[in-house]
Design a protein around this ligand. Structure first.
Ligand code: HAM
Length: 426
């Protein structure tokens, strides 16, 4: 009986993995320019971190976590997102004590959520995310938004939409929360079971419900923007002003509610408008969080960040028909026939690889003609041929597969010759 990979996971094979490497490299370079440094945290954490960090009432904690007891009887969870772990690490390593604030991190790694798999929604997916901790300057909100957009634009994507909202500070949220309860309470029985619970625990999340989306009370629900106090309103205005000075376009959606509990002030999502992108149009999301560092035992420190999955980024690239500049060719393929030639070819392959040249050879004892066929299939730029005669005369034949030209080179010169051909010169 064959065993398949679990539902909602995927193998990334050569042909695709080069695309992953390409986008990861571009993202790392983008972070370098914005001066965000990489952090790597464990893939599993104590379950309590996510219960407290992400929030007990969220779908992630209630329905989607891969939680299990380890052999020591502790409850651990495969991380469903990166923010809680980054904040835990920030507190545990006392990074808040460093004079270099804000602390600016990025991460790339697998996350796990037990969701119903569909295109763009998997149970294991790779998130790229950033977190800036230790500043509540609205300019850093704008910086995070700019980096988020750049991470798509620099790949060549253009059908993008930045959707922005402010969830206000605690006082504003409290006022809005009470208004939401007053508004939805008369309709309580008409809402789905989940929303009836949400109405008591976190009424903001009612606005995010897929089932009750078309209920008439949704359209008339009180908008957070009408409940922002002066500080929150001014904060939001500043973020918008900084986006304006960078020439970044955005649209305001007062109903934008994120699926995690920790947000206040700035909340945003980037959507793809590309045709054929699929049912899920959200590419990434993020926002500001204030209570999270305290929640995991640190001093009052606020942060802002965002995350995207590389799966959705690659989907968007496909939907927009962006061709990534990926070189799938092979520099050299060594063709050898005869025992002595085989020995020399092993030595030459080793020598060229050490010199920085990409080399492959036959390992199946194929005939000369079949070896040439393989070189062709692999897209080799040069085929290096060694037979008994070449070994005897201490030479090697170099065939340029593009021009068809063939040259005999002294074996001692092969490294220099190939370097000139492939790594510049001539
Ligand atoms: P999130 O909205 O839960 O936020 O996820 C962010 C992004 O991760 C989504 O927009 C999507 O690209 C991707 N994603 C989420 N679930 C899946 C899935 N099942 N399959 C594929 N992709 C998925 C967070 O995770 C926050 N930690 C973001 C953040 C960082 N906020 C502040 N800092």
């Amino acid at each position: 009986m064959s065993i398949n990979a679990p539902r909602g996971t995927q193998d990334i094979l050569p042909g695709a993995s080069e695309k992953w490497q390409y986008v990861e490299k571009k993202l790392v370079d983008l972070c370098r320019r914005y001066h965000y440094k990489e952090i790597r945290t464990p893939i599993f954490e104590h379950t309590e971190l996510f219960q407290r960090g992400v929030g007990d009432s969220t779908d992630i904690v209630q329905k989607e976590m891969y939680t299990f007891e380890d052999r020591g009887g502790r409850s651990v969870t495969l991380r469903p997102e990166g923010t809680a772990s980054v904040v835990r690490s920030f507190v545990q390593n006392k990074v808040h004590g460093s004079p270099n604030q804000p602390t600016k991190y990025f991460y790339i790694g697998p996350m796990f959520r037990y969701e119903r798999p569909q295109q763009g929604r998997q149970r294991q997916f790779v998130q790229f995310g950033i977190e800036a901790l230790g500043s509540d300057d609205p300019a850093i909100d704008a910086e995070v938004l700019a980096l988020a957009l750049d991470s798509y634009r620099e790949m060549g994507l253009s059908s993008l939409r930045l959707v922005l909202n402010s969830l206000g500070d605690l006082e504003s949220r409290e006022a809005h929360r009470n208004a939401l309860i007053r508004h939805f309470d008369p309709h309580r029985d008409e809402l789905c079971a989940d929303c009836q619970v949400r109405l008591d625990q976190n009424p903001l999340r009612v606005l995010d419900c897929k089932k009750d989306r078309d209920h008439p009370a949704m359209a008339t629900a009180p908008s957070i923007l009408d409940y922002l106090n002066t500080y929150s309103k001014e904060y939001f205005d500043k973020v918008k002003e900084y986006l304006d000075v960078m020439g970044i376009e955005y649209e305001i959606d007062p109903n934008l509610v994120r699926g995690l509990d920790y947000y206040n002030h700035t909340a945003f999502e980037i959507m793809s408008d590309a045709e054929g992108f699929g049912a899920i149009t959200t590419l990434s999301g993020g926002g500001r969080y204030t209570g999270l560092v305290e929640e995991v035992g640190g001093p009052a420190t606020s942060g802002i960040g965002f995350a995207m999955s590389l799966e959705r980024l690659l989907m968007a690239l496909e939907a927009e028909g962006v061709e990534l500049p990926i070189d799938e060719e092979l520099d050299c393929y060594l063709v050898a026939l005869g025992e002595e030639a085989e020995k020399v070819s092993v030595r030459v392959a080793y020598q060229l690889r050490k010199a920085g040249i990409q080399v492959d050879k036959d390992y199946l004892g194929k005939k000369m003609k079949a070896q040439f066929k393989t070189a062709d299939r692999l897209g080799a730029k040069f085929v290096l041929i060694l037979g008994d005669r070449e070994v005897e005369e201490n030479v090697i034949n170099v065939k340029d597969m593009v021009s068809g030209e063939q040259k005999e080179i002294p074996l001692d010169d092969i490294e220099n010759h190939m370097k000139k051909q492939l790594l510049g010169g001539e």
